[in-house]
Design a protein around this ligand. Structure first.
Ligand SMILES: C[S@@+](CC[C@H](N)C(=O)[O-])C[C@H]1O[C@@H](n2cnc3c(N)ncnc32)[C@H](O)[C@@H]1O
Length: 232
């Protein structure tokens, strides 16, 4: 993992390196084997009440053939989406090497470019901007509230081409319906630092996206917000 520094100015205010570490540490080679079944299969449908096909459709609506996926997990969405071009340019960006390796292997047919980086740091990646960037189920893993975690939008913006789109999804806490199981699981995940979303509301997500992008659109399904925004 890259060196994370607790230096002033290195991370967003109120966010420590150990909190950033906790937000991605759960994704070991072993846990990634169960990710698709537990998160995308069971939790999305039965706990967060947003069956994965909603996320797949959202991904398919916005992903272009010049695409960077951020917070790649197992690479599920890139694997399932049908790109318009047979030879898309695909980038994978994540802090966690296990996720990058698993996702890169899964979509090796696209020969993806891999960037290991922490979203809380300015991205020093050497490439042309992408026409679309996806960031699915990452924001609720990032420490802090939207005031601090929205720094990731600032860091990603230079890598979105003019006219390009950023889109994704995140699990909210206030202002969305949460059943008993959702409340319980979110409580445990927040205690363990796997989630940090106790202050993540629809209003704050909208504000964070408005601060950096235009044409912001957000819809919700269960506890999940599906969003998109443009760079003019
Ligand atoms: C819940 S998984 C989402 C996986 C996939 N996008 C999906 O929707 O199935 C969160 C991902 O964000 C990554 N991540 C967490 N904190 C990060 C950070 N500070 N910088 C970069 N990636 C991070 C994790 O390593 C993991 O791949």
């Amino acid at each position: 993992m890259p060196d994370l520094k607790d230096e002033p100015g290195g991370l967003a205010p109120g966010v420590s390196a150990s909190q950033v570490e906790a937000g991605q540490a759960v994704y070991s080679t072993r846990t990634l084997k169960f990710y698709d079944l537990f998160v995308l299969g069971i939790s999305n449908r039965w706990i967060w009440k947003c069956p994965t096909h909603y996320l797949r459709e959202h991904f398919a609506r916005h992903a272009t053939s010049n695409h960077l996926d951020v917070g790649v997990g197992t690479g599920y969405f890139l694997d399932k989406v049908k790109f318009k071009e047979s030879n898309p340019r695909i980038g994978l960006l994540d802090l966690n090497r296990n996720c990058l390796d698993v996702a890169a292997k899964r979509i090796e047919r696209y020969q993806p470019t891999i960037f290991q980086a922490d979203l809380f740091q300015p991205l020093e990646i050497d490439c042309e901007p992408f026409q679309s960037i996806s960031i699915n189920y990452v924001l609720h893993c990032l420490p802090g509230n939207f005031e601090s975690k929205s720094i990731v939008f600032k860091h990603l913006k230079p890598w979105i081409a003019t006219g390009g789109v950023i889109f994704g999804s995140t699990i909210l806490h206030p202002e969305v319906p949460r059943g008993v199981m959702a409340r319980q699981l979110m409580k445990v995940y927040n205690q363990k630092g796997i989630f940090s979303n106790t202050e993540d509301s629809l209003t704050r997500l909208h504000q964070a996206l408005d601060d950096h992008f235009s044409d912001v659109k957000i819809e919700t399904k269960g506890c999940v917000a599906l969003f998109s925004a443009k760079v003019n």
